[in-house]
Write a protein that binds this ligand. Structure first.
Ligand SMILES: Cc1cc2nc3c(=O)[nH]c(=O)nc-3n(C[C@H](O)[C@H](O)[C@H](O)COP(=O)(O)OP(=O)(O)OC[C@H]3O[C@@H](n4cnc5c(N)ncnc54)[C@H](O)[C@@H]3O)c2cc1C
Length: 188
């Protein structure tokens, strides 16, 4: 696997594994339903991680924009093509952060996880796109320096790209919002 995660990937094999009936989680044959609520919480957790990474990418871009002079002493951050995307990312960060915190607070307040699934998916969609755009602009602002692996930006860029595919892809999260929040029809 490329990219960094808090844990490594493992494969589990179960052979002749027996557990007592009292260990059953949820109802027999409904394992996915027992698992479902934890996936909602995971989306909010990943959204919070994405916000932290986005904030860091913006800070790195900001530092470089104010520091790097090309063709003279004037820093590249004086150019609107560099500063406007940073300003826009900063504004988006404020809004997405509020939304993710509100969703997390509702979880902490004990709201039923099925009721909050729409918000968990929206938090994931918004934060994944934010961190991807923030990492992309950090790479652009750092120029060739971003490709120096010691800077850590390329690792962040890969992680940010992964946010759009995991822990659920943007498309499937958008499907959920379209069909279960907005009531649009499905294929089936
Ligand atoms: C590093 C990593 C960590 C992960 N961590 C988790 C995790 O913690 N928890 C977890 O549950 N999963 C996790 N995943 C799995 C992740 O949710 C899936 O990889 C992702 O949903 C895409 O599914 P897939 O890989 O089977 O691709 P496919 O299902 O083959 O999909 C390929 C592409 O087609 C799109 N697509 C498929 N069906 C539709 C549709 N009906 N409408 C629109 N677009 C569609 C998908 O969005 C995707 O872009 C992780 C994946 C990676 C790479």
């Amino acid at each position: 696997m490329r990219g960094r995660e808090g844990v490594r990937q493992f494969q589990l094999d179960f052979r002749d594994a027996h557990v007592p009936g009292s260990a059953l989680v949820g109802e027999e044959g409904q394992g996915l339903l027992a698992l479902w609520p934890s996936t909602h919480i995971e989306r909010v957790l990943m959204a919070a991680l994405a916000i932290g990474s986005a904030r860091y990418c913006i800070a790195r871009a900001l530092h470089r924009a104010g520091d790097r002079g090309v063709f003279g002493d004037r820093p590249i951050g004086a150019e609107q093509s560099i500063q406007h995307p940073i300003a826009h990312l900063h504004a988006r960060l404020q809004a997405v952060q509020l939304f993710v915190h509100r969703t997390a607070a509702r979880f902490d307040g004990g709201v039923d996880s099925f009721q909050i699934a729409g918000e968990a998916n929206m938090a994931k969609i918004l934060s994944a796109q934010l961190v991807f755009d923030a990492a992309d602009h950090a790479v652009q602002t750092l120029g060739a320096q971003a490709w120096d692996e010691r800077e850590g930006i390329i690792d962040l860029y890969l992680d940010a790209r992964c946010s759009r595919s995991a822990p659920i892809s943007q498309e499937l999260a958008l499907n959920f919002v379209a069909q279960h929040v907005l009531g649009l029809p499905t294929h089936r």
